[in-house]
Write a protein that binds this ligand. Structure first.
Ligand SMILES: Nc1ncnc2c1ncn2[C@@H]1O[C@H](COP(=O)(O)OP(=O)(O)OP(=O)(O)O)[C@@H](O)[C@H]1O
Ligand SMILES: [Mg+2]
Length: 416
């Protein structure tokens, strides 16, 4: 089949085709069907994607790492250029390059060319901005055409996850699908059954769709601002009494898609000036060291690792021995919860809006299908379940449900 489902995620990407009536995700990186949405540009060397890209950066190879590219869709940044190796490229071109490699790898894996695609998309790329949202989809469509797809259609990511869930059920069910990913949290309320699964038009089974631009990368940012950035000057005092250090730099350094902008010469000069006026200049020396060595992603990767560790242990620590012997950030699960509670509450609040859209009460939802990496955060999961305490929890394929659902949709739309 020359049709595929493509889940280009903020953190991870999958691509699938139907084989013997079953959606199968292609091996996009040796031994893995998911590939991190990451690119590493090394001067005078081949550009890397995925785990290999992250490893090259972590190993200290000189070059530019980019992650969280999907967050740039629908913002003014998409056409802006960023330094890659010796040259500059627009974020749009970086995404096009990444998806070209994904498509080519899948084609090698499957053994033939892919011409039709059902592309996943969040319910909202950008909150409360329909124009930006349309533009984000258009950009993805243009990129898909440019890299060789002839037929390009879209499906909401949570609807795709619903199609994957529907393969497992035996009777009719009203379900809430919750997909909490790296960049967005998306919800659908759907009526599912094995009979309905075969219907081409599912419009009447979709009772609500909604989403909010909050995902794991926002939890990373809040955790970083709460427990790591203070070691680099965030929240510290200036010499002039009553004045705090400016916060924007820390915000950018803690935001995956903004990290590289911190290495611009202009920013570094400004921070030198802040250091001069700071009550604790040694904190800014640490910050300047991170920027000089372009280790912003190292901080972000460590913070994300600590967040993940805290989903099954009570304590975690990040060592900054490379900056100063003995320097480290210790944190507990309670810290993670304290710094990100509001995000979890906003995610849960969106479910209530979704119920209103569907004109249903919480008690009408029989099952909650959970997918996306961030459902593994206990307080997120609890906040979701509190909105519908009686529903059965169904664990979806955390990183594969959306991709497989898009693949099922591709077979429906374009034939097997
Ligand atoms: N065990 C874990 N505990 C907490 N968070 C986790 C865990 N494993 C992965 N994550 C987080 O899940 C997120 C990635 O999830 P996923 O791959 O579903 O996102 P995505 O599909 O790429 O993003 P989106 O759908 O929002 O565009 C990351 O923020 C990652 O840190
Ligand atoms: Mg996703």
């Amino acid at each position: 089949m020359s049709a595929c489902g493509l889940d280009f995620g903020t953190s991870n990407t999958t691509l699938g085709t139907v084989v013997d009536d079953v959606p199968v995700l292609a091996e996009l990186e040796t031994g893995h069907v998911t590939v991190p949405s990451a690119i590493f540009y090394e001067p005078n060397r081949a550009t890397l994607i995925g785990r290999t890209a992250i490893e090259a950066y972590v190993d200290g190879a000189p070059g530019r790492l980019m992650r969280s590219l999907k967050s740039v869709l629908g913002t003014a940044l998409i056409d802006e250029t960023t330094r890659v190796g010796r040259e500059r490229a627009s974020f749009r071109d970086v995404i096009a390059y990444y998806l070209t490699v994904v498509k080519r790898r899948a084609e090698q894996n499957i053994g033939h060319e892919l011409k039709h695609v059902v592309h996943g998309r969040p319910v909202h790329f950008v909150d409360n901005a329909p124009d930006a949202d349309r533009k984000a989809e258009e950009t993805l469509r243009d990129i898909a055409r440019e890299i060789g797809f002839e037929d390009i259609t879209f499906q909401f990511e949570p609807i795709a996850a619903a199609l994957d869930y529907e393969r497992q059920i035996s009777g009719e069910k009203i379900a809430l699908i919750a997909d909490i990913g790296g960049g967005t949290s998306d919800f659908s309320i759907v009526r599912l059954s094995p009979e309905r699964h075969r219907k081409a038009d599912r419009t009447s089974d979709i009772l609500a769709n909604d989403g909010v631009r909050i995902g794991g990368t926002d939890f990373d940012r809040q955790l970083s601002l709460g427990v790591v950035m203070p070691l680099f000057g965030h929240g510290s005092q200036m010499k002039r009494a009553g004045l705090n250090a400016p916060t924007g730099y820390f915000h950018d350094l803690a935001t995956w898609s903004r990290i590289n902008s911190m290495y611009e010469q202009k920013i570094i000069s400004q921070i030198r000036q802040v250091r001069y006026e700071a009550a604790e200049p040694e904190l800014f020396d640490r910050l300047l060291r991170v920027l000089d060595e372009q280790r912003g992603h190292t901080l972000a990767i460590e913070v994300e690792g600590a967040k993940i560790a805290l989903s099954d242990q009570q304590k975690a620590a990040i060592s900054f021995d490379w900056i100063k012997p003995g320097l480290n950030a210790a944190m507990s699960r309670a810290d993670l919860v304290r710094h990100t509670k509001q995000l979890a509450e906003r995610i849960a609040a969106r479910i209530k809006i979704c119920l209103e859209q569907a004109r249903l009460a919480a008690g009408d939802i029989e099952a909650v299908f959970l997918t996306g990496g961030s459902v593994q955060l206990a307080h997120v999961r609890n906040a979701i379940m509190k909105t519908m305490p009686a529903a059965q929890i169904v664990e979806g394929d955390t990183f594969g449900a959306v991709g497989k659902g898009l693949t099922i949709e591709a077979a429906q739309r374009y034939g097997r």
